[in-house]
Design a protein around this ligand. Structure first.
Ligand SMILES: Nc1ncnc2c1ncn2[C@@H]1O[C@H](COP(=O)(O)OP(=O)(O)O)[C@@H](O)[C@H]1O
Ligand SMILES: [Mg+2]
Length: 321
């Protein structure tokens, strides 16, 4: 079921509580789709990345080839600091061009403060997600985002609208100041200056606004993308799953499936059988609280889930999940 579902999507977000198996499931899903011929980009947005660790490869902000079969898997660990630095460098260049020399020091101070402001990290992550969704169309059939633990993920997904209106108010202010400037020029009769730096900043802001709007549409208004929650059948992960499902519904983001990971076997001794029957209680709770959402069960495996071979075995189990 999970695989059919992934086949129908171009963008999948995998979320859930820390430690439940998001990175393992994302990786197995990517590999399973690659074996069916898909070109998959696997992106970790978790500040505590472990994607590279699981694939036993050093990963960075640009795609690295992780596996080739009929299709392929490339991996990225997003580096928001790099995005923030390059973004601020561009804004700073434009500002310095626009402002007289005597204002440069205070402009720099202002930019440094803005760079450290709460939310700049999140918006940089979001900007990269939006950019990848927009630019990966020709190179990849599926993007899998292995996202950070619950609260963080939601903040990120809830932000595009706020960021869009923020960009819009900046644009509106620019419109106003341009009108003032034009009026002042008319009054004092100075020669009109070439507004190229200003136009450049404006173009950048509009591109950013369009990118966020496109991501928001992809998430909420099309069948192109979906969200999968991974959990284990225990009290807290199930409670967090239900809270996350509720918040996704509020944000208008479709929940495709819940993966119940690390299911204990019923036939491997009394300890595990006892665990299995305790898990049933939480599975029932998921079923009754989310009656329309499919549940996919993945067994507890003995393997150390690291490297392509082990991930391949988990990918094999996904076919039945
Ligand atoms: N089905 C499974 N069976 C056994 N161990 C698993 C399974 N899925 C995940 N694990 C293990 O659980 C731990 C957490 O998995 P990970 O994918 O890193 O979680 P997350 O990304 O949600 O923090 C890892 O040690 C991983 O090997
Ligand atoms: Mg992880």
């Amino acid at each position: 079921m999970l695989l059919e579902l992934a086949r129908a999507r171009r963008v999948l977000f995998v979320g859930g509580k820390g430690g439940v198996g998001k990175t393992s499931v994302s990786s197995a899903l990517a590999l399973a789709r690659a074996r069916q011929g898909a070109r998959v980009l696997l992106v970790s947005t978790d500040p505590a990345h472990n994607l590279g660790h699981i694939w036993e490869r050093a990963l960075g902000d640009e795609p690295t080839r992780l596996a080739t079969s009929d299709g392929l898997v490339d991996g990225i660990e997003l580096d928001p600091k790099r995005t923030i630095d390059s973004h601020f460098a561009a804004v700073s260049r434009t500002m310095m061009r626009l402002l007289p020399e005597r204002l440069h020091a205070s402009a720099r101070e202002h930019l440094d403060r803005a760079k450290a402001a709460p939310g700049s990290h999140e918006s940089a992550v979001l900007e990269r997600i939006a950019e990848l969704i927009q630019t990966s169309r020709d190179d990849y059939d599926l993007l899998v985002f292995d996202t950070a633990p619950t609260g963080h993920t939601l903040r990120l997904l809830a932000l595009p609208e706020q960021l869009t209106s923020w960009t819009e108010s900046l644009l509106a202010n620019r419109d106003r100041s341009e009108r003032f400037a034009a009026a002042a020029r008319g009054l004092v009769g100075t020669k009109q200056e070439e507004p190229s730096a200003d136009a450049e900043l404006r173009r950048a802001l509009i591109a950013r606004r369009d990118r966020f709007a496109a991501m928001h549409t992809a998430l909420t208004a099309t069948d192109e993308s979906g969200f999968i929650i991974v959990c284990v059948a225990e009290k807290l992960p199930v409670a967090e799953t239900l809270a996350l499902a509720g918040e996704l519904a509020e944000l208008g983001i479709g929940l495709d499936a819940v993966v119940v990971n690390r299911r204990s076997p019923a036939d491997a001794g009394t300890l595990l059988a006892a665990r299995r029957s305790r898990e049933e209680h939480y599975v029932d709770q998921l079923r009754s609280s989310l009656p329309s959402i499919p549940l996919a069960h993945l067994p507890l495996v003995a393997d150390e889930l690291a490297g392509e071979n082990a991930l391949g075995r988990l990918a094999g189990l996904l076919a039945d999940a």
